[in-house]
Design a protein around this ligand. Structure first.
Ligand SMILES: [Zn+2]
Length: 194
């Protein structure tokens, strides 16, 4: 989702001009958009290197236990896991098991199951979290902001009316009120059993 993230986090609505530590002044143009910007995603994109299949986190996760892999549901062609670097509590990713990079490479079966798992994930998150909305999306390619561009993944980000705050601006920190293990357990428990 980094593709939805501005290059310049200082360009917040209403802030106008912001001085950097070295004295440079950055101009910001206010608009109607809220910002989700996440410097921690640099962990994913450092050096611009994409993982090979052998050390791809989305290929490795299914071989782990649900708890260790942060997996909430497993389908036949795709599975659902928690994002290790969430934008919000309950930020899920739907991945095909196959190491394919873009949506057009997915088979009809994979497309159908990614869609079905996305719908189920939305229903479960709504039940568990009582959120007000979602961001859904797939970034296709590094240029479009995909952290792990080598392995297709659909983001499901629950949103609350009150979820934007000033922590990201002043502390480069997202406030995440629940631990990943707790979030995984509550979503997995609410997931309809096949
Ligand atoms: Zn992979």
């Amino acid at each position: 989702m980094a593709g939805l993230v501005p290059e310049n986090p200082a360009a917040e609505p209403g802030m106008g001009f912001v001085a950097e530590p070295d004295g440079n002044v950055l101009a910001g143009v206010p608009d109607e958009f809220q910002r989700l910007w996440t410097p921690h995603r640099m962990v994913y994109i450092q050096n611009g290197q994409q993982p090979a299949k052998d050390d791809c986190p989305f290929c490795v996760a299914p071989s782990m236990s649900d708890e260790d892999g942060l997996i909430v549901a497993r389908g036949k062609y795709a599975y659902v896991l928690l994002n290790l670097f969430p934008y919000n509590s309950g930020h899920l990713l739907v991945c095909p098991y196959r190491h394919i990079s873009t949506y057009d490479l997915a088979t009809a079966e994979e497309v159908a199951e990614i869609g079905a798992l996305t719908q189920t994930a939305m229903r479960v998150i709504k039940d568990v979290s009582h959120n007000d909305g979602f961001n859904l999306g797939m970034n296709q390619g590094e240029v479009a902001g995909a952290g792990i561009a080598a392995h297709l993944h659909q983001h499901i980000v629950p949103r609350w009316r009150s979820d934007a705050n000033f922590f990201p601006i002043i502390a480069k920190t997202k406030a995440l009120p629940q631990l990943l293990g707790e979030v995984r357990a509550s979503i997995a428990e609410a997931w309809p059993k096949a």
